[in-house]
Design a protein around this ligand. Structure first.
Ligand code: ADP
Length: 353
């Protein structure tokens, strides 16, 4: 019998007792030369079989339960009283097999958890390293400017204003980094709830264009819409208006920062059944294919110095991705160096009622 079930073992043990009883009875009858009365033989035999089956079941269950109790208690870190719940030993099943399966499951779970903790730890270390690295540059710059001013440059009307202006720029950069970090932290801890409403994405895009108009003008970049979209075009979407405004600001701001002089940023809207596809495209410097997969990672930059000179925190696209994903929507990028980039994301359509 390969892998016998507990009840088969109990049955076998009871049968052994029964056979032993029958043989003993027959031998004694033969010795005392008495006629074997089958009724006297069978009735006690049945009772004996029943009693031994019951006794073996109880002993077997108790034996198994005592042994697996400790295993359950350990793998589920339960109190003994709570572990009892797991200890319904059925004689029709193989309890040892069930326990080994649970132990295996537990081992896999522990392994996965350990891997998760390890990667979280690595991420935490990398993140802290990045943050301190990002903050170090403006802090040292500020220290340099202040020291130079203290050492006498403050008396020189030629440079004192320039140094103060540069100090202010670096303070501004630190503020951007800290504010973006705050948003990332809120998004990652899930503290930021999505406040859905139905609004017109074209009107919102006009608002963001107005907001960034000066910056675009400084770089001679035109902010335009696809043909056919004007002030009287309305495209309703269902999303968190403030968060989507932040997405548009980040994408349009990037299209200006990484755009080319005399270039243009264009916004387009496409109907896709349940969703609207919103596109922000530019004809700027573009991004090489090898950078695209990592573009939405925190602090990932294609050109470190260009991004820093432009006052970027390196967190803008990470924030954008978080926001779009918390709407259960997707964002993509297509880009070609020297030709331009297109960032496109989906949003649920708003109903017109
Ligand atoms: P940053 O603050 O550096 O702009 P982002 O997260 O917004 O950070 O962008 C990450 C990097 O992606 C940028 O440093 C830049 O190299 C690249 N990038 C983003 N948008 C564009 C774009 N429209 N054109 C070219 N490169 C871009």
């Amino acid at each position: 019998m390969k892998n016998p079930k507990p009840y088969q073992l109990v049955f076998l043990a009871s049968a052994v007792i029964l056979v032993f009883y029958l043989v003993t009875f027959c031998i004694i009858s033969l010795i005392v030369n008495r006629h074997i009365d089958w009724l006297i033989l069978i009735l006690p035999a049945l009772v004996l079989f029943g009693v031994s089956f019951f006794a073996f079941s109880v002993i077997f269950k108790k034996y198994i339960r005592d042994r697996i109790k400790l295993v359950y208690k350990t793998i589920h870190t339960l109190k003994l009283s709570r572990a009892e719940k797991h200890l319904k030993v059925s004689l029709k099943e193989d309890p040892i097999h069930a326990v080994s399966e649970e132990v295996m499951k537990h081992a896999v779970q522990q392994h996965d958890e350990l891997e998760k903790l390890r990667s979280q730890e690595a991420y935490r270390r990398e993140f802290l390293g990045n943050v301190s690295h990002e903050l170090k540059t403006p802090i040292f710059n500020i220290q340099g400017y202040v020291l130079t001013l203290l050492e006498g440059a403050y008396k020189d009307p030629e440079v004192n204003k320039v140094y103060l202006y540069k100090t202010e720029k670096n303070v501004e950069r630190m503020i951007t980094i800290v504010e973006d970090l705050e948003v990332i932290a809120q998004l990652e801890t899930g503290k930021l709830s999505i406040d859905y409403s139905t609004f017109d994405i074209v009107t919102l895009s006009h608002e963001v264009y107005d907001l960034l108009e000066d910056k675009a003008r400084q770089r001679s970049i035109r902010l335009i819409f696809q043909d056919g979209v004007g002030r009287d075009t309305h495209v309703l979407v269902h999303a968190d208006k403030d968060r989507i405004k932040q997405v548009l600001i980040n994408l349009i701001d990037n299209s200006i920062k990484y755009g080319k002089a005399e270039g243009r940023t264009k916004m387009s809207f496409y109907d896709m059944d349940e969703n609207m596809l919103v596109e922000v495209s530019d004809d700027g410097i573009g991004i090489a294919a090898e950078h695209l997969p990592r573009l939405f990672e925190r602090f990932y930059r294609v050109d470190q110095s260009r991004s820093r000179n432009m006052g970027g925190s390196g967190l803008g696209l990470a924030i954008v991705k978080h926001i779009i994903e918390s709407h259960q929507q997707t964002i993509n990028v297509r880009s070609k160096p020297g030709v331009g980039s297109t960032f496109s994301f989906t949003l649920a359509k708003g109903n017109t009622r």
